[in-house]
Ligand binder design. Structure first.
Ligand SMILES: *[C@@H]1O[C@H](CO)[C@@H](O)[C@H](O)[C@H]1NC(C)=O
Ligand SMILES: *[C@@H]1O[C@H](CO)[C@@H](O)[C@H](O)[C@H]1NC(C)=O
Length: 517
């Protein structure tokens, strides 16, 4: 049995290596932005970390975050534009002060809690909530990040750049202009709607009104402060249903049409702008006009491409499989390594020498690293000719990301083998405790580095977990946001927070009264 497994592994390995050699002819190329194979798959040194300008991990996490609110609340400045559909029979909601159903482009929501607030502008106004159902699949374009938040600092960049070539930010006036212009643009490609909120371009086509309800205005039910608090929390809660996988399931995206400003081949001018920045600070403004027009052209291609012209690979699942495999494990190893332990200084030097030895003796571990790094993707080389540019980008992201995970994990494992604590290989009778303590520190450093690089939203949670009367919350627009007072009143009730919203961190807040952020 063992023998059989071994031969299977070896066969897979050989197939992969063969394929690798066919596709990745260059042995030691300079790093080029994003080209497939540029990840230097011939370089299996355990000390070669990813190039600082590489965006493989960012594209990987982008794909893994699509349509989920949590990661897109944390990293608000979206970079990706993805075509998709809203299937037939999907309900959408629209809250307004008039009983006349709109006939022009309008905002719709996937949850009524969200729409309800929009009929409560004043005590005198009536409150109408329209429910509509799609009668055919709607062709949509999705923007990632907090692309419905009316912010000035980058959340609307991708839409604005696409439309106007420059960011204009989020006032009500710009908002009207944006939906008008985006629908005009999308009309050329028969796009029915744009999604973060649903900007429906023609409410007379592809949808049917199911009901129109004249509801008590939210303002007549509660005093203003209470209304705002309750509404804010209910909107937040409704949105939180889509926080994590499977995310907003009423929108189906086609990853074979993914276009992202993290594609360094498509938008190389953004590479120097991002250099040295943390992800929160990435913006797409400053892109060169050539890169912008190349991106527009790519998007037009994607939107006019015949259906079915792609490899058929399920990229979302592939990425999920990899996250499932590593997210929890890396997290728990980090936890174990972070537990305090004493570490006598005098053996540190010796441990260091062992570590140096390790690095020079690594050759035998290379096959393990290589197999680990290519096992998810090596079979895909034969599909390359069927892949769209978007798919090649995702493939590269998966390769670059798994390669780094495997590099670090293999390196750590090797260190354990050398220290004699591996139960199957080179096991020692007696341990030098201090040496092992040092090993733990080295492991922790490597692992922290990897975890920071990957920065998966999976790991962003309230710890300890929240109480039954609480929810885990990431500061977000509009409540409590600087600029959130665009709604006119919010900041007077919840004073603007400053630092917290730039780099949102999770925290437990109350889910029922008395509320507070
Ligand atoms: C990353 O890109 C910037 C801008 O193009 C460049 O100045 C820098 O040298 C690059 N970093 C490395 C390590 O090559
Ligand atoms: C380990 O050794 C290297 C070179 O021999 C040295 O540069 C480094 O400072 C040492 N580190 C520790 C923690 O002793």
């Amino acid at each position: 049995m063992l023998r059989f497994t071994f031969w299977c592994l070896l066969t897979v390995f050989l197939v992969c290596v063969f394929a690798t050699q066919v596709s990745f002819h260059s042995s030691h190329v300079e790093w080029q932005p994003g080209a497939l194979g540029d990840n230097d798959l011939e370089d299996w040194s355990l000390d070669t970390s990813p190039h600082p300008n590489s965006t493989d991990h960012l594209v990987f996490e982008t794909v893994h975050s699509l349509l989920q609110r949590w990661p897109n609340t944390r990293m608000r400045n979206g970079h990706a534009i993805v075509p998709g559909i809203i299937p037939k029979g999907t309900l959408l909601y629209h809250g307004t002060t008039s009983n006349v159903f709109p006939t022009m482009h309008e905002w719709f929501a996937t949850d009524p809690e969200h729409s309800y607030l929009f009929c409560g502008i004043s005590v005198e106004a009536e409150c109408w909530l329209f429910t509509i159902a799609t009668t055919r699949p709607l062709k949509v374009v999705y923007f990632d990040g907090s692309s419905a938040a009316k912010l000035q600092d980058g959340a609307l960049d991708t839409q604005d750049l696409l439309l106007w070539g420059e960011p204009r930010g989020g006032t009500a006036k710009e908002d009207m202009q944006r939906i008008e212009d985006i629908c005009k643009w999308g009309g050329k490609y028969k796009v029915d709607a744009f999604v973060s909120e649903v900007m429906l371009c023609d409410p007379t086509s592809g949808v049917r009104v199911i009901s129109s309800s004249n509801l008590a205005s939210p303002l007549t039910q509660w005093p203003q402060k209470t209304l705002l608090e309750v509404s804010a929390f209910e909107i937040m809660n409704a949105a939180a249903w889509h926080n994590r996988l499977p995310g907003e399931t009423r929108v189906h995206l086609n990853l074979a049409g993914l276009v992202t400003f993290y594609d360094t081949q498509l938008a190389p001018s953004l590479v120097p702008i991002r250099a040295g920045q943390e992800r929160w600070d990435h913006r797409v403004q400053g892109i060169s006009s050539e890169d912008l027009s190349a991106t527009r052209t790519r998007l037009e291609e994607v939107l006019t491409r015949q259906e079915g012209l792609s490899s058929g690979i399920d990229w979302a699942s592939l990425i999920q499989v990899i996250v499932d495999r590593y997210a929890e494990r890396l997290d728990s190893v980090q936890y174990l390594l972070s537990a305090p332990a004493t570490n006598p200084d005098d053996v540190l030097d010796l441990a260091n020498k062992t570590q140096t030895q390790l690095r020079t003796e690594l050759d035998w571990a290379t096959p393990v690293f290589r197999l680990c790094a290519t096992t998810h993707t090596c079979s895909m080389d034969s599909e390359l000719s069927f892949m769209t540019d978007s798919e090649k980008l995702v493939l590269q992201a998966v390769r670059g990301t798994t390669r780094e995970i495997c590099r670090v994990v293999t390196k750590m494992w090797v260190a354990g083998v050398h220290a004699g604590i591996d139960p199957l290989l080179n096991t020692k009778e007696h341990f030098d405790v201090a040496k092992v303590a040092h090993l733990r520190n080295a492991w922790l450093e490597d692992l922290n580095h990897l975890i920071t690089w990957l920065d998966w939203s999976e790991w962003v949670k309230c710890n300890p977990a929240c109480d039954r009367e609480e929810v885990c919350y990431l500061p977000t627009w509009p409540v409590g946001f600087p600029g959130g007072d665009k709604l006119g009143y919010v900041s007077t009730i919840f004073p603007p927070i400053t630092e917290e919203w730039i780099r949102p961190q999770p925290k437990c807040i109350r889910r029922v009264a008395p509320y507070g952020f």
